[in-house]
Ligand binder design. Structure first.
Ligand code: PXP
Length: 237
């Protein structure tokens, strides 16, 4: 299983003081040299962490794969079409949320999403849709031409009761199989940490994980390179 690392929170820390440090561009280089196979950044409409400068420089410096997470807004779409990351992950976005709260409703917004996918494909950008582990959303993603889905693992990650954890893990497992049967690439992410990621790594149908907060939290105490190496040792088996 591959490991992509979301470096948004390096920019969160930088922006807390409005200066230049820590620089997410430097963080991406450390993540890659420690084994990351992709770098993920979410360019939000309010630019609360990653900004346009970061995305443009990362396009020049990321050697593995740049995954631009974004909501469908014309402003951000124009950045994506110009910068041409290897892939875009489309996510829903609400200004008040602390982090991405739920998957896309692909069933309800299929026309809008299909138009966005077509525009990105015209620039040879692969498109992943961030969806809850629900069969209808996965089927709708395939129908409108997505290359990949990213299964939202947030509910699984937040569950505490044993039965709930088991059921939510099973939903992720069944969804991964379903996505693969339909010919989609299958990624997963949100809320994964050094403990709860282990069960996810047992799901052979998942190609790649996108992990941010847990690695950056560990990096504060252990250093970024060590934090990445520890996660890579669990995920990339
Ligand atoms: N995948 C998506 C679509 C996300 O929005 C996020 C959070 O930015 C992540 C993965 C990473 O989540 P976390 O920071 O909890 O590892």
């Amino acid at each position: 299983m591959k490991l992509s690392i979301n470096i948004d929170h390096v920019a969160t820390l930088r922006n807390a003081r409005g200066g230049m440090e820590p620089d997410p561009v430097a963080a991406a280089a450390i993540c890659e040299s420690a084994g990351a196979e992709g770098i993920v950044v979410h360019l939000r409409e309010d630019r609360r962490h990653i900004n346009d400068r970061d995305v443009r420089i990362l396009r020049q410096t990321v050697a593995s794969k740049l995954d631009l997470e974004m909501a469908i807004s014309e402003d951000i779409m124009l950045v994506a079409l110009e910068v041409k990351p290897e892939m875009v992950t489309l996510v829903p976005e609400k200004r008040q949320e602390l982090t991405t709260e739920g998957g896309l409703d692909v069933v309800a917004h299929s026309a809008l999403l299909r138009a966005a996918i077509d525009r990105l494909h015209d620039r040879n950008i692969l498109v992943s849709l961030f969806v809850d582990p629900v069969p209808e959303q996965i089927e709708a993603s395939e129908k409108i031409g997505a290359d990949m889905i990213e299964l939202h693992t947030g509910a699984y990650a937040n569950a505490r009761a044993e039965g709930e954890v088991r059921d939510l893990l099973d939903a992720v497992r069944q969804s991964a199989k379903h996505g693969k049967r339909l010919g989609l690439g299958v990624n997963a992410g949100h809320g994964l940490n050094y403990r709860n990621v282990r069960a996810i790594t047992e799901i052979g149908e998942i190609d790649e994980l996108s992990i941010g907060h847990a690695i950056m939290s560990r990096a504060i105490f252990a250093g970024l390179e060590q934090a990445v190496r520890e996660m890579a040792a669990i995920v990339m088996r």
